[in-house]
Design a protein around this ligand. Structure first.
Ligand SMILES: [Mn+2]
Length: 268
């Protein structure tokens, strides 16, 4: 039995099938844990979602920003953006079932036995694994609630602003949790975020890639996606970047979570 983490698929169904072939993936004994952004920008998001749902307990994903965007668009909380390729999902006969499947996926996976975590964007320096589990669960409970549309509205209205209000204001808590786990690249040691640039050289003083702070070394193995311009490298031994830019014509990468062996397929 093998468990493979797979980087951002973003609707690249053909490449996903070729990667699973190359891994000799057998759903009767192997599992895939995707790093989020299953959908959007690529041409076959519907087929990717259907495959994951059909694989049942052999496949899951942590949610990425594009997955939350799809849930928002489908729920009428958000409008389609230029470059989105989500129409085929919205119009599909099984859209309800697919969106419900997505709503029940986690934002954070932590395997205590392996001391290993999976997250789409990252874990901010001031959060422990325990805190990350707690905050992820808070937002997962909202996503999985029958009344999720009303509760999730704030997530799409405006970005998070007041970090000091997180403990007293559920709206800020929802926004910061989603921002950390699904969108973060650069942050400071207090957990403030920089969204103006993805280049550390151009960011304000004190803002660095989230995994560059010393606290990241204390959190076991972390595998994440979201940041394709890292080209799969962090230079931190316990932290593995797995978005290798398939949707941008580069590669789709899997990593075996027991031995960290990487397998990739090219876009074409
Ligand atoms: Mn992303």
């Amino acid at each position: 039995m093998a468990i493979y983490a797979i980087g951002d698929i973003q609707g690249c169904y053909d490449q996903l099938c070729r990667l699973l072939d190359k891994l000799a993936f057998d759903p009767s004994k192997d599992c895939i844990w995707a790093l989020g952004d299953l959908v959007n920008r690529g041409k076959s998001s519907l087929a990717v979602l259907r495959l994951f749902k059909q694989l049942g307990s052999s496949a899951k994903t942590v949610l990425g920003n594009h997955d939350l965007h799809l849930i928002g668009v489908y729920s009428g909380l958000r409008t389609m953006q230029s470059g989105d390729t989500l129409d085929e999902i919205i119009d599909a006969d099984d859209a309800d079932e697919l969106i419900n499947w997505l709503r029940y996926q986690p934002l954070f996976i932590h395997n205590a036995k392996r001391n290993l975590s999976l997250v789409h964007a990252g874990i901010p320096p001031h959060w422990s694994i325990k805190k990350t589990l707690l905050e992820a669960k808070f937002l997962e409970n909202i996503l999985q609630d029958d009344n999720y549309i009303k509760q999730l509205k704030v997530l799409y209205e405006a970005p998070p602003t007041n970090l000091s209000a997180v403990n007293t204001d559920d709206s800020e808590r929802i926004k910061w949790t989603a921002a950390y786990l699904t969108r973060m690249r650069l942050c400071d040691n207090k957990g403030d975020l920089c969204f103006n640039t993805i280049k550390p050289d151009l960011a304000k003083s004190g803002f660095l890639p989230w995994f560059s702070f010393p606290q990241s070394l204390q959190k076991g193995t972390i595998i994440f996606g979201h940041w394709s311009t890292l080209k799969g490298k962090t230079n931190v031994t316990n932290i593995h970047a797995l978005d290798t830019g398939c949707v941008w014509g580069k590669q789709l990468t899997a990593i075996n979570i027991d031995n960290f062996h990487r397998v990739a397929v090219n876009f074409d």
